[in-house]
Design a protein around this ligand. Sequence first.
Ligand code: GN1
Ligand code: MG
Length: 356
Amino acid sequence: MEEVLSQYSILEDYKLPKPFGDGHINDTYLVESPRGKYILQRVNKNIFDTPVLVRNLSFLFEALNHYENRTGKKLTPAVFKNNSGKFHTPDHKGAAWRLMEFFPGCRSYAISPNENISYRGARAMGEFQLFLNTLPTEKFGQTIRNFHNTPARLKTFLKIVKEVPEKLKKLAAAEIQFAMEHQNIANALEQLLDTGSLPVRVTHNDTKLDNILFTNDGRVLIIDLDTIMPGSIIYDYGDMVRTFTSPVKEDEPDIHNHLFRIKHFLALTKGYLEPLKSTLTKAEKESLLLGAKAIIYEQALRFLTDFLQGNIYYKTTYREHNLIRTRTQIKLLKDMLIDENKLQQTLLVTLKSADK
Ligand code: GN1
Ligand code: MG
């Protein structure tokens, strides 16, 4: 870490960095120097294609700087260049680090505390998407291959299920069965993608609620930009539905506490669609709910696959951690499916009123 910190003159005489936040993938620290407090982050090189990520983000950060200078509107925390004028600093192991602005007193939420937060968070994501819409997709490579490719996630899961010992499979029998029985969600999505009717846009791809910062001076900022790459907004909408609607954490073990809060569904839908209403295509609007179902199903598959593979991807603190996370996703999806028609109706009404 020292070799990296020495690349930033603003960090002269820094104090020992402290671990910060709850991300599942990267390592994040708070670092303090006489000039102020900063966020330091090491990108997980086992998960991201680092050269692609560094290229994507150099382009993105320059574009963000232009946008913010032009409009006076801040969308994300600033990223500081190192002494060589670069946004990322490599260490001797090939991992990329970066230094970012810290907002004292800012908050992020694992659980949405009220509808206003759901509305404001989703609205900020919609405004961020308006900015992303101005960027050329060809400037962005895939930092993780097939990241939101639900059919590919399903294929991997089906392959792993065949390979793991029966004993392990027994622990997850109900979850495996659920995944098997709901393959139609991935298939519906595959058919839709095959028609080519969904526009490929530069999208965020990790829009969970705790990737949104609420500053104490009332700004709402988007973080965790490593998965920004070509994709579909239906997944971005879907991951907000997944993470804003549950009243408990993704790894809450008491499954009965996982409920689908329709009020938050309404609030986030309104917030996201207000800025985006005139830019979404008909196909996108009609597929929003499928996006939500697909991402929850995909997330269940990803946690379950990781459990079966011995927890090699997500950070875990106990052996069944990923299995518990799988269960919460399944419960959420089940709740959503019960109300599916009502949700679709609600979406149509929200879209209509957003059109006015
Ligand atoms: C990871 O990095 P973080 O914690 O914001 C993951 C997301 C999952 C999420 C589940 C690069 O997000 O895709 O939806 O965990 N990010 C990556 O909580 O895999
Ligand atoms: Mg995060």
